[in-house]
Design a protein around this ligand. Sequence first.
Ligand SMILES: Cc1cc2nc3c(=O)[nH]c(=O)nc-3n(C[C@H](O)[C@H](O)[C@H](O)COP(=O)(O)OP(=O)(O)OC[C@H]3O[C@@H](n4cnc5c(N)ncnc54)[C@H](O)[C@@H]3O)c2cc1C
Length: 637
Amino acid sequence: MVLDGKVPEGPIEQKWDRHRSRLKLINPANKRKYRILVVGSGLAGASAAASLAELGYAVDCFFFQDSPRRAHSIAAQGGINAAKNYPNDGDSIWRLFHDTVKGGDYRAREANVYRLAQVSNAIIDQCVAQGVPFAREYGGTLENRSFGGAQVSRTFYARGQTGQQLLLGAYSALLRQVAAGRVRLHRRCEMLDLVVVEGRARGIVTRDLITGKFERHAGDAVVLGTGGYGNVFYLSTNAKGCNVTAIWRAYRRGAFFANPCFTQIHPTCIPVTGDHQSKLTLMSESLRNDGRVWVPKRKGDTRPPNRIPEEERDYFLERRYPAFGNLVPRDVASRAAKAVCDEGRGVGPGGLGVYLDFADALERLGRPVIEERYGNLFDMYKKITAEDPYGTPMRIYPASHYTMGGLWVDYNLMSNLPGLFVIGEANFSDHGANRLGASALMQGLADGYFVLPYTIGDYLATAGKSGIDTDHAEFVAAEEQVRGRIARLLGIRGERSPDSFHKQLGRLLWNECGMSRNEAGLRRALEEIPRIRDEFWRNLRVPGTADTLNQTLEKASRVADFLEFAELMVRDALHREESCGGHFREEHQTEDGEAKRDDERFAYVAAWEFRGDGAAPELHKEPLRFDHVKPEQRSYK
Ligand SMILES: Cc1cc2nc3c(=O)[nH]c(=O)nc-3n(C[C@H](O)[C@H](O)[C@H](O)COP(=O)(O)OP(=O)(O)OC[C@H]3O[C@@H](n4cnc5c(N)ncnc54)[C@H](O)[C@@H]3O)c2cc1C
């Protein structure tokens, strides 16, 4: 099947405005008759739930944390992009669009990216109106800093806590609607299945994580804002709870999964120190504004960094990419760091680290300025490593951070299943094969505040009220399956914890389907994953019961889905015989080791359809057209 992204006709600058003015509307008095189920209370889910309720719809919002404020979005550090051009350095909607398409290595849909750049400015206005305390210049105007893949400063930020402040803004908008009676919150409530009736998404099945109660919820549309699946690698910068379950269950019900192998490995994370770790910590990309990345020129040089003279240091990003220097995009910086470590020039225990050095910046700007810009990040680094980054360079290494893959959606953010909308990191939409820094917050809020509220109305106006309630046979069957699965997990009574399987899977994926992959390794992984899965279902141990808080059970259910999903991810990586963005196939590289795309054969979105357990998934393609940003070999030199 050739997939249609339903991109509207007309000049790219006018597509969204024209489309919006043609979308069907629902009378304000009728909106409250429609019930919308929003799963997720991160930036995407909270902004969508608040905006839909503000419009008058009846909204239910589900999340597995105790408060919407604890969604993973709260961890976002560095900032959010917008094309305001406040620094007067040449930015524009066009340039943000261009940088994003290029940064994504020409694997995103142009029209979506243009719309994203267009609405970016409205997001900043919206958040300022909510009271988000963005950093300001001395004169009071909003300040910007730079992020990778751009030669302008367009990133708005609130110290190193941008996600937290944005989420507090969205949360207050959401709670206003809760108080107004238009949003019902379902805390500590996990969606474990999607209910599809006659090809349309009609509801979900959930489990209350405190009482274990199973519930069926019917709605006129379902919105998934359930975040990314970076934790498939076990070690990642994501919050520990992030998982693939909601979108994987939707995939098993017929939603197409797009580009599952497009995962982002972020260059600036605190290196792994041993087997005991359960997660990794990001050091925001914003640090590359002032920090310089280097390793010793000589292999095996174990001198402390401050004893290595200037002429014996290799500032490898500045050397290889003089135009962008330390601010090359993430995929480029990560691969370059891996390359110098593979050469034996890495630093720290195990040689898997490079320095991020602030000595020059401290001298040029003084400690108070650096403290003001990055103080909380420096404190965090010190707490974790017991090293003081004001006196000695940070050590960083790439880690799993973000997932560009996700459920396939059209221009209206609707999946191929009518009535199922997917927003934020959970969809595949705007970032192609590599997301630029500070663009995830932009996309999540664009989807939730400014795109979905329009497009969902068109669907509801066309489809009408669902009329299906939770006694429908499909709801009953879905709940039975969920109950059966939970019972099966508890009934194995084997020897190994969910974490031990998750670690094993993560290590395999990191080695064979991580920063760089090759055919032999991917084939090895495809053989190994079913073996791990098989042992999981024979030898898992989940103590306790299902009718009470049982976090091992929660983990087990999520790991079970990761074990299925991993196979699709590897299959996707194997089929894509090209290197692009964060997805580097060793067989396909230029002479100087850069990613080599194959636009002739692979300029498409790979959307996979579930065909049943044990059957190969079917690949559908959405061809990508580039009418405005001509694909070329990406160069940051
Ligand atoms: C450390 C770190 C720093 C980052 N910094 C930046 C940055 O500076 N700038 C930037 O642009 N991006 C940044 N990112 C990326 C960005 O934070 C995320 O992409 C973004 O916040 C995702 O938002 P979301 O709303 O899509 O998902 P999330 O914030 O992950 O929210 C997911 C929601 O879905 C709910 N949920 C999930 N599954 C289920 C289920 N089965 N049932 C019920 N509820 C469910 C969760 O409870 C949660 O409420 C950073 C990421 C990390 C890891």
